[in-house]
Every structure is written in structure tokens, then in C-alpha cells.
Write a new protein. Structure first.
Length: 133
């Protein structure tokens, strides 16, 4: 199955009334393409529908690790933040929104370096926040 077909099937399953149909598809997609934010966001959406906020937060953080500017992951973390006032989700969403890379970074090496630096900062702060609990 091609990636586009897989993504289309996941979207259709998520839009259906029974999102459990999407669960095996999304898990397989995440295993097949672990570096793509799409699968992690879809997994986060499934967990949100089950009210498993910790698992949803982890999936959205994985999506941000793949793509720091992923709007869906940021929105998912914002939803969790509003539902539970989760300080880790709030911190990651705030940092991702605040440090979005502008289009002035045209060189891919520079963009990659900026993403890596920001990601290391976010991960460090997440670990620090978890230790404070």
C-alpha cells in the first residue's frame, strides 16, 4: 500500500463514527514511518477520543519531534492543556508556538540545525518538568 493510500484510509477511518477502525492502521503506519508526524498526530487523536490524555500527549510530542511546526500536534497539546491543565503539554505547545521557524531560513542545513536545537530544548524542559512532579 502506498503512503498516500494509507493516509487516506486513516483519514476516512478517523472521520467514521467508530474510530477504532483506525487503530490498527495508525499503529502500522507509525511502525512503518516513525519519522512522520502524520501517524503520531492520528494516534494522538485516537487517544484523545478515548480520553487517554497521557498517551495522547506522548503521541503529540512524538509528532512534534518529527515536525516542530506541526499545527495539529500543537492544537492537540492545546486541547489537552485546556482539558487537564497539563504543565508539560502547556510548555511544549507554548515553546512550539513561540519558536516557529520563519521562512527566512532557506538553507536546509540551517533549518535542520535550528529544529535540532529547539527540539533538544523542548525535550530538556519536558524532562525537567517531569522531575518536578
Amino acid at each position: 500500500m502506498r503512503r498516500e493510500e494509507w493516509q487516506s484510509g486513516i483519514r476516512e477511518a478517523l472521520l467514521s463514527s467508530d474510530s477504532l477502525d483506525a487503530d490498527p492502521l495508525v499503529n502500522q503506519y507509525c511502525e512503518q514511518f516513525p519519522d512522520e508526524a502524520f501517524g503520531w498526530v492520528a494516534l494522538g487523536e485516537i487517544y484523545l477520543r478515548r480520553s487517554d490524555f497521557v498517551a495522547a500527549r506522548n503521541a503529540f510530542l512524538e509528532a512534534l519531534a518529527c515536525d516542530l511546526n506541526n499545527e495539529s500536534a500543537i492544537a492537540g497539546l492545546g486541547h489537552i492543556r485546556s482539558c487537564l491543565a497539563d504543565p508539560v503539554a502547556r510548555l511544549a505547545a507554548c515553546l512550539s508556538n513561540k519558536f516557529k521557524l520563519s521562512s527566512q531560513f532557506e538553507f536546509s542545513a540551517m533549518k535542520f540545525t535550528m529544529h535540532a536545537i529547539l527540539l533538544v530544548g523542548i525535550v530538556t524542559l519536558v524532562i525537567f518538568m517531569k522531575k518536578l512532579r
